[in-house]
Ligand binder design. Structure first.
Ligand code: NDP
Ligand code: A1CAB
Length: 262
């Protein structure tokens, strides 16, 4: 697993995944090839040895592992024969069967990281076809572990669910954070302080939830039992059916993932 080629390597997710991989020397800069359509790839200035191309066939010839990180709607313009090759895909909504039908590859790892990879905090479930070799599965686990928590799953269909749940990265928490910041500003807190306060709150909450055995439901219960100001706030949010809004959002995102997002 030495030479890696990333089709769509100039994109948002590829950069977020690859910078930790390069920083950890899981892949050497000289062994990495990135492709894009435009030839414009930035974010790799710290690793001048990384190769860049607009020709995917050059990338394939130079690589043992071919990573697909283009938008699903851009797949039609890619015509490659990848029979006998090992492929990793991070594309939403593109099944391993579709990858086999389009490109001939049978040894496929399909993963769903998120953009928190840049901070090494992605949750990345990944699935492997039966043909994937042990060394290739080990490479996939170490590749995705550089940018967060990599988690092997045995049911490919779950990836469409995770596309909605965790592929969305900071987006859904950011929606809640933004509402809190706007409320604070309306209450007279200056915007800079409101922003600082809510960012720190989310960092504290995430760190706490990641490090204690209490579940999120236990934490809610703890504050409800305390019967203080937080319980008053929680009761109003529960009455307003915050959970319903979250369920509706996740259902819509999952439906889109199953239909084919771009
Ligand atoms: N962004 C995210 O948070 C997440 C994304 N994903 C998945 O990752 C994949 C990539 O997404 P993202 O990084 O956001 O997308 P971007 O639009 O940021 O990047 C896509 C990249 O693909 C390149 N590209 C398009 N067509 C070709 C081609 N024919 N040959 C070579 N390169 C090509 C683009 O080049 P150019 O710019 O020059 O056109 C660009 O560098 C998607 O399938 C998405 O579903 C999964 C989880 C999270
Ligand atoms: O919003 C999107 O479509 C991308 C793909 C999966 C998560 N984010």
């Amino acid at each position: 697993m030495t030479h890696i080629g990333v089709i769509g390597g100039g994109g948002w997710l590829a950069g977020a995944l690859l910078r930790p991989v390069l920083a950890d020397r899981i892949v050497k800069p000289a062994d990495l090839v990135l492709s894009s359509r435009s030839g414009n790839i930035s974010g790799f200035e710290a690793w001048p040895g990384v190769h860049m191309t607009t020709d995917n066939s050059i990338l394939v010839d130079a690589s043992d592992v071919i990573v697909f990180s283009v938008r699903p709607s851009d797949l039609d313009e890619i015509d490659l024969d990848l029979r006998g090759r090992f492929v990793i895909s991070v594309m939403a909504s593109v099944s391993v069967d579709e990858i086999t039908d389009r490109f001939g590859a049978r040894r496929i790892v399909r993963a769903m990281p998120n953009a928190c990879a840049e901070q090494r905090q992605s949750f990345t479930p990944w699935f492997a076809t039966d043909d994937v070799r042990k060394s290739e599965a080990e490479f996939a686990q170490s590749f995705f572990s550089a940018s967060g928590r990599a988690h092997f799953i045995t049911n490919e269909h779950e990836l469409d669910y995770f596309t909605a749940l965790t592929g969305s990265g900071a987006a859904f928490p950011a929606l809640v954070a933004d509402a809190m910041i706007r409320h604070a500003i309306e209450a007279g807190i200056d915007p800079e302080t409101a922003d600082l306060a809510v960012r720190q709150l989310f960092l504290g909450a995430a760190t706490q939830m990641a490090s204690i055995s209490d579940t999120p439901a236990d934490i809610v219960e703890l504050f409800m039992e305390y019967r203080g100001t937080t319980a008053a706030g929680l009761s109003a949010m529960i009455d307003a059916d915050l959970a319903h809004a979250v369920f509706m959002g996740l259902t819509a995102a999952r439906r889109r993932a199953m239909q084919g997002a771009d």
